[in-house]
Design a protein around this ligand. Sequence first.
Ligand code: PMP
Length: 434
Amino acid sequence: KHTSVSNEDLILYRKQHLGKSLSLQYKVPIKMVRGDGAFLIDQNGKRYLDTVNNVAHVGHEHPAVVKAGQDQMGLLNTNSRYLHDNINTLAEELLATLPQELSVLHFVNSGSEANELAIRMVKAATGQSDIIASEVGYHGNSNMCIDISSYKFDGKGGSGAPEHTHIFPLPDAFRGKYRGANAGEHYAQEVQKQIDTIHKKGRGVGAFIIEPIISCGGQIELPTGFLEKAYQAVREVGGLCISDEVQVGCGRVGKTFWGFQLHNVIPDIVTIGKPLGNGHPLAAVACTQEVANAFANGMEYFNTFGGNPVSCAIGAEVLRTVKRENLQNNALKVGEFLKAELKELAKRFPIIGDVRGQGLFLGIELVDQHMNPLPDHTDYLANRMKDHGILMSTDGPDYNVLKIKPPIIFSKAQAKELIFYLSKIFNEDFMNSF
Ligand code: PMP
């Protein structure tokens, strides 16, 4: 059941009374009223295949997850100063997915809160507040998170890197500063340069933070060897390493449960968000005993909603669903099939410069014959796909990367449907004039 207010009136009200810096998806905005697996359903009953929503990890409104939340909501919801089985259960099940070095959890309510807390931990554990982060990285909307998010402070409305933030070039081996086989080594040297800059200022390194696949940067896979070398350099000078798994975590990358496991590293702090609650606001910070002990310096960390019984019931059911339905393996199998098919498309349509990513976290970069980005074509493609009932998102510093990050229940048949329509649109005149 929905209201009789027209979409035009909903838009007018939003413009006047809801946050004015919030954008709407698509030129003609859609009103969604239901979710169902890999689909979103609009007010007219039209079903859209969703390749955007990596939050609805095990599928929109998964019945087992909905039931876990509803059942607990009917019993009790309160803060985590009382004993409750749910918080211990979720902690145990989440820690079982992480290396044994990471054995303490703090539950929070959003990815931003998780990264905010991670940086507070860094300050407590190292006594330093200088942070090294990637160009075009995004880590959240709070003050501290914006201060380490080049995607925001180097973009519209931003005013550049704050004094304690040190940005190294986007480690993009396709169109970045360094390309080809030794790119990983070169980008690690860029991290070293930032370490040197911090030392020249007479200060020490707090932390190095990065996503294992850089989402807002345009689904950038870290070049071989980069993460190991960067971690080594940071640790040598006493800095901590944070893996931001808010987008890629919980089985999405297929080969491994966490993105950092694609590389030969173990972070000091892992931040977890979006997929853990399957749409319910639930996030977490995992860290070592050393970091947790340093953070417990006498000042209590209390979070009114973090770790409440309802959120924890939901989180535990999400993890169980990933296991029960073998969804990490589905992400691997369907993701590899889709990536291979996209590479076939790239042979037919030279506008596709690069196909990359892992599992169901993929990107397609559109460029001309001189490697110039084609943002208008990328935007056209996303809008035309919508006309065919398929939701796709675009990103990257030049807005020329099409992102594919559906719920990880995404099936092979749905991947085939996606390829069918992509191929159809790539054949259109506009896509072939550049
Ligand atoms: N880190 C990353 C990598 C993200 O993509 C996001 C959200 N897009 C965040 C942190 C912040 O998460 P939230 O919006 O839940 O605060």
